[in-house]
Design a protein around this ligand. Sequence first.
Ligand SMILES: *Cc1c(COP(=O)(O)O)cnc(C)c1O
Length: 372
Amino acid sequence: MDAIQQTQIPVLDLSPEIDLLWDEINAAIQRVLRSGHFIMGAEVKAFETQFAAYLGVKHAVGMNSGTDALVIGLRALGVGAGDEVITTPFSFFATAEAVSIIGATPVFVDIDPRTYNLDAGQIEAKITERTKAIMPVHLYGQSADMDVIMELAGKYGLKVLEDTAQAFSGEYRGRKLGTIGDAGAFSFFPSKNLGAYGDAGMFVTDDDDVATMARMLRVHGSLKKYHNEVVGYNSRMDTMQAAILGVKLPHVDGWSEARRAAAKRYNDLLGDIPGLTLPYEAPEARHVYHQFTVRIPDRLRDTVQARLAEAGVSTMVYYPVPIHQLPIYQDWDYDLPEAESAAGAVISLPIWPQITPEIQERVAGALRAALG
Ligand SMILES: *Cc1c(COP(=O)(O)O)cnc(C)c1O
C-alpha cells in the first residue's frame, strides 16, 4: 500500500496552505509582535479596506467572529426585541441564535431540497406585521435565491442580512455574496473558505449609518473611548488575525477555482452511483464548495458514514439536527419536512483547494463500496 492508502483522509487539510504561505504569514505575525499592538489598529483597518475593495462595498467592519457579525449586524439594521426574522432551519445554530440573543424571534421557512437553502417561494406566507428582516444563509458555498428574497424585501419593507459565513467569494448572477442585501456577515473561523488562525468575522454594508452603528456596537457602544452611547459588545478584531487574513485574501479566488475543480472531479467520479444525489449548482449561482455535500438514499447515511470511517475517510454531517428541532426551539412545533429529511440524509465529503485526484479517487471508491 502506498502512503495515501494507509493514511486517514481528513475532511479538511489546512497544511498545504500553511506551507505555501509560511514565510509571508510568519512575517505578518512578527510584524504584529514587533508593533506591540494586538487589538484593532492599523492592521485591522488595512484588512477592512482590502476586504471592502475585494467585495466592492463601502464599509467592512472587522469583528471577533461571524456570530458577532450576525448579532451586531441585526442590531445595526434596526432589528430588536419583539421583531421577527425569517431564516432557514438548516444552518449552523449561530444563524438563529443571533436572532434570539437580541430578543427577536427566528421564523423558520423550509428549504429547497436541491440547494438546501431556504425555499424562497415559502417566505411570503410567513411574513407578518412583526417581520423586520430576512436572513438567508448561503449554505455550503452556494447562494440562496436572492432575486425572490430582494423582491419580497422591497415589497414589504424588510431588511436583508446575508449570512455569508460559508460562501465568501461565491456569487449570484455575477454579484458577490454578502453584497446583495442590506448587509452581509462573514466568518473567518479557521475552516471557512477564508479562515483565520483563531476567531474573526466581518460585517459589510453600503449604508453609512448602519456601518457607524456596527462600529459602535463592536466596541461597547462607543465611537469615542469612554463615551459609551449604547449597550454594545466586546467584539474587537484581533490584530494578528487581520494580518494573517490580509496575506490569505489574495489567494481566495484561486482557491475557490480549485474547490470548483475538485467538485467537478467528484461529480465525474460519483455520477454513476444509483440513488446518490450530487450537489445541485443553480445556473445563477457560482458555488464555491465550502462543502461538497451529497445525499445518501434510504436512511443509509449513518451506516455509510461508519463504513467510510472504517475505510479511513473522514466525513461530516452538516447538520444532523435542523435548528427548529434543537431543544430551545422544539416546542414551537414546526413541521419542516425538507429540512428534517436533509438532516437525516446529507454527508459532506473531504474537500479543500489542494485536495489531490488520488485522494478524491480513494474517497469515491470508498463511497461506492459503502453504498454497494
Ligand atoms: C461558521 C458559521 C457561523 C458562525 O461563525 P463563527 O465565526 O464561528 O462565529 C454562522 N453561520 C454559519 C452559516 C456558519 O457556517
